[in-house]
Write a protein that binds this ligand. Structure first.
Ligand SMILES: NC(=O)c1ccc[n+]([C@@H]2O[C@H](COP(=O)([O-])OP(=O)(O)OC[C@H]3O[C@@H](n4cnc5c(N)ncnc54)[C@H](OP(=O)(O)O)[C@@H]3O)[C@@H](O)[C@H]2O)c1
Length: 338
């Protein structure tokens, strides 16, 4: 339990203990339309007051902009925060709109130095491989990451969007503190392979997009109609056209549970993710993303909601009815390699 009453969980077997809910910082600089820097800064401070200690960014979020934005906050609270960032999505110089997955040694070495510079830190607490380049054996990639630990540039290692088998192979090279993958009422692919492997190997699960990128809060129902030009979610198959209408209808049981608890839909979605820790027997530290102080308070309060067995049962059928993939291009995901 942190001073603010937030429960805690450990990142891997020898990683730090963190508040059981982290904060996703991506939207502060990238992906989800215009953001207000002042409100984002207030959100970071409010999160810390509420017991959030794990802060998630990546070099790819706004091509380094998100890391630069967060640097002053991390500087001001270095002893209290656990800084997680990622490498692997490289921007080709001839086309800044594209991303190429790179897991090779020269790229990783360049990427870590660039992240350390932008973050203005001597060491990154948790360094993730963001996406897997199937042309490079994962043992080789994790070997380079392990060298970074030995050199004192990073403290702990993480992997994002890997399969259970890839996690097992990685673990033969170096302990892995966390796997970050999409996990929510709408996205449960990882329960078949990654979650059992993580439990067996003592790896924490860090669910990203636990609010289904906001869709599970009911704050938008159709990305093309409700979100601004340039918002990444307008390209996601689940949030557009007929899929969006079908998926919005799936929120009915979430709404019913929310009413019973006097809670919001988002809080029920988060409580469900937090409860995966008991259901699957491993540390689960979701990182909902928000840029608003009131929402971070709402989201962290979800750590205090416990869903009954009947409520969990009513939410169980949702995921398999979801229409549309998580991404327009699924080859980037672990599901594309299962
Ligand atoms: N490893 C990966 O490949 C990967 C992929 C995607 C994301 N991530 C990480 O995971 C973090 C979280 O994922 P995410 O941001 O994609 O999705 P999310 O956490 O499921 O949802 C974020 C969206 O929900 C809205 N929201 C948050 N709290 C809310 C509330 N209480 N009521 C209504 N709306 C609310 C946010 O809007 P406001 O910001 O306006 O509040 C934002 O649009 C990211 O920030 C990033 O760090 C990692």
């Amino acid at each position: 339990m942190t001073d603010s009453g937030m429960p805690t969980a450990r990142l891997g077997t020898d990683g730090p203990e963190v508040g059981a809910q982290g904060l996703g910082c991506m939207g502060m600089s990238f992906g989800y339309g215009p953001s207000d820097a002042e409100a984002s800064r207030a959100t970071l401070e409010r999160a810390l007051e509420l017991g959030v200690t794990l802060y998630d960014t990546a070099d790819a979020y706004g091509a380094g902009e998100n890391e630069r934005f967060l640097a002053p906050f991390f500087q001001a609270h270095r002893e209290e925060v656990v800084v997680a960032t990622k490498f692997a999505l490289s921007i080709p110089p001839d086309d800044p709109t594209r991303r190429i997955v790179r897991n090779d040694a020269p790229y990783i070495r360049e990427a870590v130095e660039a992240s350390l510079r932008r973050l203005d830190l001597d060491v990154i607490d948790l360094y993730y491989m963001h996406r897997r380049d199937a042309n490079v054996p994962i043992e080789e990639t994790v070997g380079v990451m392990a060298d970074l630990v030995r050199e004192g540039k990073v403290k702990h290692l993480g992997l994002s969007e890997v399969t259970g088998e890839e996690l097992r192979a990685a673990r033969t090279v170096h302990p892995i503190a966390a796997v970050q993958s999409e996990w929510s009422l709408f996205s449960r692919d990882i329960e078949a392979g990654v979650v059992p492997a993580a439990r067996e190997l003592g790896v924490a699960l860090v669910p990203y997009s636990p609010l289904g990128r906001g869709f599970l809060t009911g704050s938008f129902a159709n990305a093309e109609q409700d979100l601004t030009e340039g918002d990444f979610r307008r390209q996601q198959p689940r949030f557009t056209g007929e899929n969006a209408a079908a998926n919005a209808a799936l929120l009915a049981p979430v709404r019913a549970v929310a009413e019973a608890h006097g809670a919001t839909l988002g809080q029920i979605a988060l409580a469900w993710v937090h409860q995966r820790a008991q259901v699957h027997g491993l540390p689960v530290i979701p990182i909902p993303g928000t840029r608003k102080p009131t929402r971070v308070a709402e989201n962290t309060a979800a750590t205090r909601i416990v869903l009954t067995d009947d409520e969990l049962s009513s939410l169980e059928p949702i995921a398999e009815k979801v229409a549309g993939d998580r991404y327009a291009d699924m080859t980037f995901t672990s599901a594309g390699r299962e």
